[in-house]
Design a protein. Structure first.
Length: 266
């Protein structure tokens, strides 16, 4: 089991008030799963992502990653896990503007005990893996949005993480580029990578194996994508809209009119 969570809670103090962002989450994610986490604003999905990424601690409950108890680890241990076990991909790319694609990808290995001696060669291989071998010297402002996200994905992959955590990774991309990035995620999943993606887009979630929906800090539903009722209704609506659009663009047959016969009267 890659991720094993039981009765996870997270409470924030805002003045005299307490906000219960997570109210008892149970979740298991196995190796090589591709899971989409969905929910409205305030549902707890971002809080859950931060805890999964060891960026925050739960108030109560347990979180085991690869059989190691994250909820019991100190700050140094969590930092090591973040660097070596988890690859992060963000909506806004989070690249260093003055650094080349190669140096951006090398960045996580500066703090790695395992790979800093081979950082340059590993970064090159990671960029090749996302089809950017010809852009290694380019800075972010010389790259398209899709290329910048590919650099971010290469950076997330370079330490060979157990899981990829992607937070709205297509939120700043157009539909064509979104499809390219999703195709890359599917390729990585086919190669054995475990992927957890937070998204509000049903189109993006449709490519995952499984959809976990949060509401008010708890898991409201957890289904294989093809069996998720909300997603099935969305698919039906999308199909109907596509059919209507196709019907409206089909050329209408011309209407023929009989021409009155002419001739001399008897």
């Amino acid at each position: 089991m890659t991720i094993h969570i039981r009765q996870l809670t997270k409470t924030y103090k805002l003045g005299v008030e307490r906000v219960h962002a997570l109210a008892g989450v149970d979740l298991d994610i196995t190796q090589n799963e591709f899971v989409a986490i969905m929910g409205a604003s305030g549902s707890g999905k971002s809080t859950l992502m931060h805890i999964l990424g060891c960026l925050d601690r739960p108030t109560t409950g347990s979180y085991d990653l690869n059989n190691k108890p994250m909820h019991k680890m100190g700050s140094a241990g969590l930092a090591r896990v973040r660097n070596e076990e988890i690859g992060f991909i963000f909506q806004s790319f989070e690249l260093l503007n003055r650094a080349s694609a190669l140096k951006n990808v090398m960045l996580p290995m500066i703090y790695s005990r395992k790979h800093w001696l081979t950082a340059r060669s590993r970064a090159k291989r990671a960029l090749e893996r996302v089809n950017l071998a010809d852009r290694i010297g380019h800075k972010p402002n010389q790259l398209s949005g899709g290329q910048r996200q590919r650099v971010a994905i290469a950076r997330a992959l370079v330490n060979e993480p157990s899981i990829l955590l992607a937070d709205e990774p297509t939120g700043n991309l157009d539909s064509t580029t979104t499809n390219e990035i999703i195709d890359l995620f599917k390729q990585l999943h086919d190669e054995g990578q475990t992927i957890v993606i937070v998204t509000h887009e049903e189109e993006v979630a449709s490519h995952a194996q499984r959809i976990v929906r949060l509401r008010d800090g708890i898991v409201e539903s957890d289904h294989p994508t093809a069996e998720d009722p909300i997603h099935r209704r969305w698919l039906a609506g999308a199909a109907a809209a596509a059919q209507e659009a196709a019907d409206n663009t089909e050329p209408r047959p011309s209407q023929g009119h009989d021409t009155p016969a002419t001739g001399a009267s008897a």
